[in-house]
Design a protein around this ligand. Structure first.
Ligand code: NDP
Length: 336
């Protein structure tokens, strides 16, 4: 079974391994396989699920809704997001304006087939909309009961601080940030994590396995494995490219003996690594097939000792990205 962790200072608990359906459902993976993977997640004790309106241009929410149909709603934690353009990409089909947040939540609820989501997240910071407008719109959604908690994704430490203060004034909880975090991408450690600890917010971290690269299946100088994300020309291949560098892949291979010594598979080591950070509430894993989740959930509850953590640091130091300035920022960085 999978352990639960609190989200920020709230009383809300999520499974420390949460299943997300970016670039897989309604895209790389056929619907039958997507639904089978969600059902496997439930069988394994994962009750928290992450999606976004923009995934497969809204179709991923439909698949997740279909897969969760008939489950006891109270026993599920469902997260979705708003910001990126959806639909015909009209003038108001993107961002964190009051209008787009209003339309966004209503569309997501309809596609997921639920009355409320547990966590509604700003998928990026919106430099075009005043933050007061965004936070007021989120406050209204919480009051309407359409979302219970509000989170954000890839906000900087300063943005988290400002958003948190406004949420407090408006009487709702900003509980989480959803950044990229893995042993290869550590940019949150310098600023975002210390600020979040101070504010009482958690991280729900995406791509803990660097999109599959930390599973060790991509070998330097070799063709990418058949059926992997790197072969998914519809979407996934574009995103994983940044990690498919021979120096990175060679450094990852150095983790193999370390994982073996610890009695873990490489995917388990990668997921357990992010869960050693106490500010992380959940590792947001992807899976293109049910068997991957069987492997990955065994990372729940694993402790990596200090020597092993140091050996991982040493193996990846030449290639791991740590600069806090790399925290995602979407242009334009100011209102045009
Ligand atoms: P991971 O780093 O966990 O990568 C998942 C992929 O790795 C799988 O789809 C699979 O790809 C491969 N994999 C998984 N398990 C194994 C295994 N045991 N052995 C070998 N390969 C394996 O996470 P994702 O990149 O998928 O991201 C997870 C979630 O994070 C998303 O679904 C989404 O919810 C969230 N996210 C949020 C973002 C944001 O901006 N807020 C951005 C990106 C993601 P394959 O089999 O095809 O090779």
């Amino acid at each position: 079974m999978v352990n639960y962790r609190y989200l920020g200072k709230s009383g809300f608990k999520v499974t420390e391994i949460t299943y997300g359906n970016w670039v897989t459902h309604a895209s790389q993976v056929e619907n039958d396989a997507a639904i089978a993977t969600v059902h496997k997640a439930l069988d394994l004790g994962i009750t928290s699920f992450d999606t976004a309106d923009t995934y497969a241009n809204t179709a991923a929410e439909v698949v997740l809704g279909e897969a969760l149909k008939g489950q006891r709603r109270e026993s599920l934690e469902i997260f979705t997001k708003v910001y990126w353009p959806i639909g015909p990409k009209g003038a108001n089909d993107r961002g964190l304006s009051r209008k787009h947040i209003h339309d966004g939540i209503n569309g997501s609820l309809q596609r997921l087939g639920v009355d409320y989501v547990d966590l509604y997240q700003a998928h990026r910071y919106d430099y075009e909309t005043p933050l007061e407008e965004t936070m007021q719109a989120f406050a209204d959604i919480v009051r309407q009961g359409k979302a219970l908690y509000i989170g954000v994704s890839e906000w900087t430490a300063e943005q988290l601080r400002e958003g948190h203060a406004l949420a407090k004034q408006l009487g709702f909880q900003l509980v989480s940030n959803q950044p990229q975090y893995s042993a290869l991408w550590r940019v949150i450690e310098g600023k975002v994590v210390p600020t979040s600890e101070e504010l009482g917010m958690s991280q729900i971290v995406w791509s803990p396995m660097a999109q599959g690269v930390l599973s060790g299946k991509y070998l330097p100088g070799q063709p990418v494995p058949a059926g992997s994300r790197a072969t998914d020309e519809k979407s996934g291949a574009t995103f994983i490219k940044r990690f498919l560098d021979d120096d990175v892949l060679a450094a990852v291979q150095k983790l193999k003996p370390l994982a073996e010594q610890a009695g873990l598979t490489m995917p388990q080591l990668a997921i357990a690594w992010v869960l050693q950070n106490p500010n992380v509430a959940a590792a947001l894993v992807g899976a293109s097939r049910p068997e991957q989740l069987e492997d990955n959930v065994k990372a729940s509850g694993v402790t990596l000792d200090a020597d092993l953590m140091a050996a991982i640091d040493e193996a990846l130091a030449p290639v791991a990205v740590t600069d806090p300035e790399e925290t995602y920022s979407v242009s334009p960085a100011t209102r045009p």
